[in-house]
Design a protein around this ligand. Sequence first.
Ligand SMILES: [Zn+2]
Length: 591
Amino acid sequence: MSIMTIALNAQEKIAFKVSFPAPQTHYAEVEMEISGLKGDYIDLKMPVWTPGSYLIREYAKNVEAFGAVGPGNKPLTFNKVNKNTWRVNTSKSQSIKVNYRVYSFEVSVRTSLVDESHAFLSPAGLFLYPAGKLNLPSTVTVVPHSSWTKISTGLDKVPGKSNTFAAADFDILYDSPIEVGNQDIFEFSAAGVSHEVAMYGGGNYDKEVLKRDMAKIVHEQTKVFGVNPNKRYVFIVHNFNSGGGGLEHLNSTVLGASRNAYNTGPGLLRFLALVSHEYFHLWNVKRLRPIALGPFNYDEENYTTNLWIAEGFTAYYQNLFTTRAGLQTPESFVAGLATAISSVENQPGNKVQSVSESSFDAWIKQYRPNENSANSTISYYSKGSLIALILDLEIIKSTQGRAGLDEVMKAMYDEYYVKQKRGYTDKEFKDMAEKIAGHSLDNIYNDYINDVKTIDYSRYFEYAGLKITNANARSNEPYLGVTTSLRDGKIIITQVARGSGAWNDGLNVNDEILSVDDYKVKKTTAGSNELFAYITDKRVGDKVNVSVIRDGIEKTMEVSLLRSPALRYVISTVEKPSDAQLAVRKRWLKL
Ligand SMILES: [Zn+2]
């Protein structure tokens, strides 16, 4: 950054105004006033991504009708320097006003959406920042559409100014989504923090149940760290016909939920697990974080090999906390682990990509999945949660219950977030885990984190007097190795499993399956089930002739049926657990 491009001086002020004159057209109108300028020009930039969601989203693609004026509304010239940078020739004006509008019509927790019913603002895709000046404070004045009455955000209000909020710097601004509309708001207090829940989209939730259960989660999580760093916290919940997913922020979160699932046990638990996940992030990743994740570079990918800690540990803890909070039974938690292990071990990519590689390549793999992803990648969420599990059990066992993964998380938080005020390196995390375990964790790191060796689950469950068995061990079921879906009445192959007969003998994704042997696979019913039922009646080693249409041409391939490698793990208690095993189990599940 040359001196010339730094056009702001110490008195610089930035004030945004965002309005929605025609929300049904999905535009947010943004006005940006900058005063205290010096120099000939200023570069204004739009982030290309938003923290927590590791994908270059090119938010600048939604910006249009950019313009700038100086004093007396005199138009200023500008040009684009690159995809996300506008250079405004300020002609020595001390204050300028920039206007642009942002097309906002992508439903997700990390993109803005404006329609007749509400505006959800994801700030990284809405507000420009002056190049090199992310440390500047700014204010945001929200002008709700005339039919809207409420604003929910983690940003602080500016006293005496209605609908105006302050951000101490651009990291805070970009970390503070804003919901504008007629959301249903309720509040609860827990761990000394006031919590606002802003429900958009309606739903069959029971506010009293949610207040009670969400407070339990807050209590359990705060206990681990001994401190809840917020005074106020906001849950923005978007209720859809079918929804899920969330995005974490410093003092707020955005959750997607299914509006009519709150009144069933599993539906409610799914929502509470998401609450538990995103809330735990206020410590793990928003404050205790890999060194690459803050301060952020909004211009490009920010690489870390540690998303298995940031996301995987959070995925592990989300369910541990719902268990500790009494929202699910320990048995159901343990059954969930068996399902998670089966799912990871059944994915061929688990033998190809390590969790540290998966973390580093999130930008091009986890967030850009394709038809071959299951064969070549493993999720740092699911595998990372299993790393958390074995580390937790290992530490509890080797310290005779004096410590567990909780103590590693708290010690890391105290050392790197509170004391050193920075992120941690790979080595620093490992060092702390080893210090608390009292021994080297090289084997776990070398084999399971940085390599793709199969985790010795039995060893870790045995510490807690549990045993894990594969219920499919004796099965000799044949399989074809394809996943299909019904598209326009046609049975289309959507995945081919690495190492299967389909893989070896040349079936392709996008092939339309016509028949297997002389058996016409019916198109009008749940065809995939019929296909698989036919295969199930065959034997391992049999060959079948699969006729497909590929790019308009019919082909028949002979495919060998191999033994299905599908594992189905079950976890049960050992017959006579020792006192030591019972002590580990008790400590682990906080029974
Ligand atoms: Zn997460």
